[in-house]
Each structure stands twice: as C-alpha cells, then as structure tokens.
Design a protein around this ligand. Structure first.
Ligand code: DOR
Ligand code: ZN
Length: 430
C-alpha cells in the first residue's frame, strides 16, 4: 500500500505540518520538511487545508430502483470528489430500504464500489407508508449495522408511531431522523409560503408545518429519552426551537443543507424547477438565521440532501417537477462561501459540522476522527484559494440538476483519502 507524505498541509487551517499516511492510518505528523519521504508518494500541500474526511448524513443514491438517476457507484464517485469518506444512503429507494435484505444490498454495493463508506439508512415505516414500523431491529443487526432510521421524503406524522420508533431504537443506540413536514399543512405545496408565493401563484409551504413537527418531536423524545435528529432544517423558527431545546438540555440534533445556507426563495421567480426542493428555499432572513444556527452550534451538521433526478423528472413545468438538487460535489464550496468566507466559522468549525458531528450522530466509528497520529487516515485536502465555475456536464453524478450551473464557487477538493488510500488526487478520481 502506498505511503503518502502530505507536505506543509494545514490541519484544520492551523500551522503547516508534514503528515504521513501509512497502512491506513496517520503514521506521523512533523514540522515541515522533517518527514521521511523515502519510498513515499509526496503530495505538495502548501496552502491546503487538511480536514477529517467529510461525512454526509443525508444522501440519495437512488439504487435500487432509479439507476437512471444515480447508482451507488456514480453517487459515491461524486461523494469522493466532494471530499466525503462516508455517506448515509437514504431509504426512499424502490424497493424501499425497510428490510435487512435491502440495506445489506446497498451496503454491499458501497463496499464493492470502494469510493467511500456507505451507511444505509433504514426506513422507519414499512414502504414509507407511515402505518406500521419496519423491521428496525433486523436492519440494526444486519451486516449494514443500521443506526440511522428515516422516512425521508415523508414525515412520520403519526405521533404514536413516532413515539414507538423512538422507543424501539434505544435498544441499539439508533436515531430517528425526521423529515419534519406536517402533511395536511403542505398539501400541494410548491414553494415557501409568503408574499412571493402569492405573487407567483404557487401554493405555499408554511414554516409552521416544519416547526410544529420539530416542537412535537422534541417533546416526544424528551418523554421517551431516545435520540432524535431533524433533517434539513429550513426556517428561522426551527432554529429558535432547537436553540431553546438545547438550552434546556434536551437531546436533539439537527442538520441544514448547503443550498438552504446559500439560496433563497427569490429563485422561484425564475420558475426554473432546478430550484424546486423540499423543504423549499426560504426567505433571506431564514438563510441568515440558519447560518447563525450553524455558527453557534444549534445546528450540529451540514448534510447535502443530494437528490439526483433524471432530466424528464426535473425539466418541464414547476408544479410537476420532482423536488431536489444535487449536493455532494459542491457542498464544501458552498459551506466555505456561506460560513468561512463570511467569517462565521473557521476551518476547524467547518470540519466539526461536516465531519465530526455527523459521524457521531450516525455512530460511524473510524470517521470524523481527529487528524492525529494513530487515527484512521480518512482525510480531505482542500485548496480554499481556488475558484471554479460549476459545469453540470462535468459532474460525476449521473444527474445534472445542480442549482449552481455556471456559478463560480470558492474552494476545490484536491485529494481525498479513505483509510490511507487516495480516492481523489489532483482533483480527479484516483
Ligand atoms: O427535495 C427533496 N428531495 N426532499 C426530500 O425530502 C426528498 C428528496 C428526494 O428524494 O428527491
Ligand atoms: Zn427530506
């Protein structure tokens, strides 16, 4: 196995160090120029940030069932190029990942592809139907060792089912990741509810439909003493509820997507369905509150909600287009732009929200570990000074629905290492 010496890299954006990767682990960290490079592959890393490999709590890989939009192979290539060493694969596939058989299939496909670790998410309810609990225990005990359960795409809106799910996963330290969306309040909804939805004539998705479910679930979770995680938080009110809960010592974690940290509802006025997503892009005020929520730790993690869609599902009339946007290959750049370049977070903080905390929430041992001697060499090298213009045709994802087409973004992933093996070198798949 190749030994790598990353010369003059900056761990967490700090002082330059030479970092030696050997036999799958960080074997040495020395002053610049002090590492033994004999027989090693040298990666010139002056000016590059060295962070723990990114961990995504929320990726749609679409396999099985919609291999025309994405496969485990193409989605994990996109992940590696984005700096990720582990992704959680959402359960809304076809068939739904609601049995040990399906989660093991996804896990095995991820292992065979080898671009990053794939941790399958198990459905909470059979077929995402919200009627009865899926085989949570069997999925937890399967080879996939599922710890995160979610009906994402759908809300577990029945309070009794949600309570039972939270109780059930305590036995194996699982977590319920809730897609918080009160279904009756959002029937037919197309965009954020507000003055603009009225002007555009698109049915509104009110903030309260998210906030009411989050408040209910925090209380339910406090009652049963389990683990609740809130997917893709999108409103200022949600941040306020989470902040209050954490101040009271209640156990809840939350994520926000890169697109909700950068884009706002004004884009809906283009009627270009590339901007249609669930939850919808919100107001500029919401975007600012979300950024502040990440900065002060109220929001634990940034998670992509990478949602590839085939062209025929995404192009056409807004009302009929599928919601969702690509995220894996642009997440780090968008997070840099929204949080680091604005001075809200430093690189260590960004590593915490994009790696350490998501790995802890998902209970992924070996990921999100400190950049330190003896730790698994799951790492990403980033050039923060680089700039690139996003070209949809050049993405590794099988789909093209990026909202950043033609946009210049800061930062570039130079290399990604999975247990000491380069999956990306010089910005291309290794
Ligand atoms: O925009 C979204 N797309 N939100 C979801 O909750 C599901 C996802 C998808 O599966 O496409
Ligand atoms: Zn969702």
């Amino acid at each position: 196995m190749t030994t790598y010496v990353l010369t003059s890299a900056r761990p967490y954006g700090g002082d330059p160090r030479d970092v030696v990767l050997r036999d799958g682990v960080v074997a040495g960290i020395t002053a610049p120029g002090a590492a033994d490079t004999a027989g090693a592959t040298v990666v010139a890393a002056a000016g590059l940030m060295l962070l723990p490999g990114l961990v995504d709590l929320h990726t749609h890989l679409r396999e099985p069932g919609r291999e025309d939009a994405e496969t485990v192979e193409t989605g994990t290539r996109a992940a590696a190029l984005g700096g990720f060493t582990a992704v959680h694969a959402m359960a809304n596939t076809s068939p739904v990942a609601d049995t040990a058989g399906v989660v093991e299939q996804v896990w095995r496909l991820g292992t065979e592809a080898g671009w990053c670790d794939v941790a399958p998410v198990g459905a909470v309810t059979v077929g995402l139907q919200g009627e009865r609990l899926a085989e949570l225990g069997a999925m937890a005990e399967s080879a996939a060792r599922v710890r995160v359960f979610s009906d994402d795409g759908h809300c577990v809106s029945d309070a009794v089912l949600m309570r039972r799910a939270l109780e059930y996963v305590k036995a194996f330290d699982g977590v319920i990741a809730q897609h918080a969306q009160e279904p009756r309040l959002t029937e037919g909804a197309q965009m954020n509810e507000g003055a603009l939805s009225g002007v555009l004539g698109l049915k509104g998705w009110p903030s309260v439909a998210e906030e009411a479910v989050i408040a209910r679930d925090i209380l339910l979770n406090a009652h049963v003493g389990s683990r609740l995680h809130v997917c893709h938080v999108s409103t200022r009110g949600s941040v306020e509820i989470l902040r209050l809960a954490k101040e009271r010592g209640l156990d809840v974690t939350a994520e926000v997507t890169p697109h909700h940290l950068l884009l706002d509802e004004q884009l809906a006025s283009t009627y270009d369905p590339v901007y249609k997503v669930n939850p919808p892009l919100r107001s500029a005020e919401d975007v600012q509150a979300l950024r502040e929520g990440v900065a002060d730790g109220t929001i634990d993690a940034i998670a992509t909600d990478h949602a590839p869609h085939a062209t025929e599902d995404k192009e056409g009339e807004w009302a009929y287009a599928s919601p969702g946007m690509l995220g894996l290959e642009t997440a780090l750049s968008v997070a840099q732009l929204a949080l680091v370049d604005t001075g809200l977070l430093d690189w260590a903080g960004l590593a915490d929200r994009l790696s350490t905390r998501p790995a802890q929430i998902g209970r992924l041992e070996g990921h999100g570990r400190p950049v330190a001697v003896g730790e698994p060499a799951n790492l990403v090298l980033v050039d923060p000074a680089a700039r690139r213009t996003v070209d949809p045709a050049a993405l590794a994802s099988k789909s093209r629905n990026t909202p950043y087409a033609g946009r210049e973004l800061p930062g570039r992933v130079v290399a990604t290492f999975l247990r000491g093996r380069a999956t990306v070198l010089d910005g291309v798949l290794a």
